[in-house]
Design a protein. Structure first.
Length: 500
């Protein structure tokens, strides 16, 4: 298509960068069928001349769309459209306001006649809920081979040991040593069916430890606020009494923790990547937390989720590496790095808590099947997991870059949690919450859902409402194409809220 024929209108007074506006216009043209599959786009120089922008602006827009999967750009070759739209969608396309973008190619029905034409199908919801990995990154031939090996070797008639097979516990101990810098023994490892199972086991074990010294065994556990809602629900189900502690982008407030009236028996923290704010607890704060634990006799539950995914910064070793008194229980999971389907994780714990955890597992029995444990032990031992983490980290870094490119320069918006993990927090300034259209976080969530994008409000993670306005966006699960479409919707909503 000739550059002058493209439906591109740029608002030079807008605060949205010209490259982002150009990418949005081209993306819309592709989705509306104006630009069709395999169609050649104008050269960057020709399009720049046509719309009166710099060539660098066009290059940035093309690169953005190529990264999202809309365009195929190869050095020395023309840039082509990659997306193939079904023919049924090119006759009538619903625009972002829900109206038809152009008339249907059929004569109008007589007045009073019943319209039997099918209603347009709304686009599927794009889910940006955090905590989910990409299904594309979970396809690993080494994992498939490990599973086949485990199935072929499964001929035993006995059940796996309650705390896990020696082979898997040995492999996990080596994995934790290499990946998190923690030297531990296989007997310090308890195999779990993921993080929720680990937290339930710890809650029951703490009740055992507390019951030896107090008539009421229900343990008091301090939790980060905002924090992981599922963790709070699981701990309550096993009888724990929760004590929310103010948490910000520097991590848990240690002064507030020390000021809790009834001293906690344990504290649950996410020091490597606070959930959901995304910060890392500094070395000094880690040492201060361990000092508090020793002085108060409390245990520290370290949820080490997403520690494998760091971008641009080296991860700090696990908090447990600084522990010299056996007070830290390290909780890890393979749901993001292998597959959520196997529901397998681990606890590393020593001392009284470690002994109580083994007692709990003896009562409950093994939580992961023997064949799954054998497959995972083989996968870890062969180096398959380490290679796969390196591969998928590059993929997630690319998606992180898409988020920064789409939202990072919007007025009234600040991003946090970008150093690691698979989600980002979009903090909204007080000005963003003003206006007649209700553009606070809850309203933005509703508006996004109406346009086919599911996001979470930061308030959903809080126990005490402290007025924090923000969105929590997971970028792990959607495809590049879905993520690009979702970010376009969010950028438009956020830019509009900043103007009102």
């Amino acid at each position: 298509m000739n550059a002058h024929e493209l439906p591109i209108l740029l608002d030079r007074a807008s605060e949205l960068p010209l490259a982002a506006q150009l990418a949005t216009a081209l993306r819309r043209a592709i989705l509306d069928g104006v630009l069709r599959h395999d169609e050649v786009l104008p050269s960057t120089r020709m399009l720049a001349t046509s719309v009166r922008v710099s060539r660098g602006t066009v290059v940035a827009a093309y690169d953005q769309l190529a990264g999202e999967g809309y365009l195929l750009a190869r050095p020395g070759s023309a840039t082509r459209v990659m997306v193939e739209r079904p023919e049924t969608l090119t006759d009538a396309v619903v625009d972002s306001r829900g109206s038809l973008s152009r008339d249907l190619a059929r004569p109008p029905a007589p007045r009073g006649a019943q319209d039997t034409s099918p209603l347009p199908t709304p686009p599927p919801m794009i889910d940006l809920a955090p905590g989910h990995p990409s299904t594309q990154t979970l396809v690993d031939p080494a994992w498939t081979a490990a599973w086949r090996w485990a199935v072929a070797a499964s001929g035993r008639s006995d059940s796996p040991p309650p705390s896990g097979t020696l082979e898997l516990r040995t492999a996990i101990a080596e994995h934790v040593r290499r990946a998190r810098g923690l030297a531990c023994r296989p007997e310090d490892v308890i195999v779990t069916a993921g993080t929720s199972d680990a937290l339930a086991s710890i809650g029951l074990a703490l009740a055992t430890v507390v019951g030896e010294h107090q008539p009421q065994p229900a343990p008091r556990i301090a939790v980060e606020d905002p924090g992981y809602p599922t963790a709070r629900r699981v701990l309550r189900r096993v009888g724990a009494r929760l004590q929310p502690v103010r948490t910000d982008e520097n991590g848990i407030d240690l002064a507030a923790l020390a000021a809790v009236t009834a001293a906690p028996h344990a504290v649950l923290v996410t020091p490597s990547h606070q959930y959901p704010l995304g910060s890392s607890l500094s070395v000094q704060a880690r040492l201060d937390l361990l000092d508090w634990a020793r002085a108060s006799g409390a245990a520290v539950i370290e949820d080490d989720y997403d520690s494998e995914f760091r971008f641009g910064t080296s991860p700090l070793p696990a908090l447990a590496t600084l522990d010299t008194s056996g007070r830290v229980a390290l909780v890890g999971s393979f749901s993001k790095t292998v597959t959520p389907w196997i529901r397998c994780g681990y606890i590393v714990a020593t001392g009284d808590l470690g002994a109580a955890l083994h007692e709990v597992r003896n009562d409950l029995g093994p939580s992961v099947s023997g064949v799954q444990q054998a497959a995972l032990a083989h996968y870890l031992g062969s180096g398959g997991l380490a290679r796969n983490v390196t591969r998928v980290r590059r993929e997630y870094a690319h998606r992180r870059a898409l988020v920064i490119g789409a939202l990072g320069s919007l007025p009234g918006v600040r991003l946090s949690g970008l150093d690691g993990g698979l989600h980002v927090v979009v903090h909204l300034s007080p000005a963003t919450g003003a206006g007649t259209t209700g553009t606070d976080a809850s309203a933005l969530v509703a508006h996004a859902a109406a346009r086919g994008v599911r996001v979470a409000s930061l308030a959903d993670y809080a126990v005490v409402d402290r007025g924090q306005q923000g969105l929590v966006l997971g970028y792990g699960a959607p495809t590049d194409l879905e993520l690009g479409r979702a970010l376009e919707v969010l950028a438009q909503l956020l830019a509009h809220s900043a103007r009102t």
